[in-house]
Ligand binder design. Structure first.
Ligand SMILES: [Zn+2]
Length: 49
């Protein structure tokens, strides 16, 4: 049985990966986000899945 490699592409066109948020609001919450997410980028990415 083959493993399907799922690559989600963010709204901004970058590949996403599973991240874990450790913010005060949602500690331990897992979400998908691209490399621009939460990186202090001027136009922060807001891709959630
Ligand atoms: Zn993005």
């Amino acid at each position: 049985m083959e493993m399907l490699e799922v690559i989600l592409v963010c709204y901004c066109g970058n590949a996403t990966k599973l991240n874990t948020s450790w913010s005060n609001d949602n500690p331990g919450r897992r979400f998908f986000g691209c490399k621009k997410f939460g990186s202090g980028f001027k136009k922060q990415c807001l891709f959630f899945s």
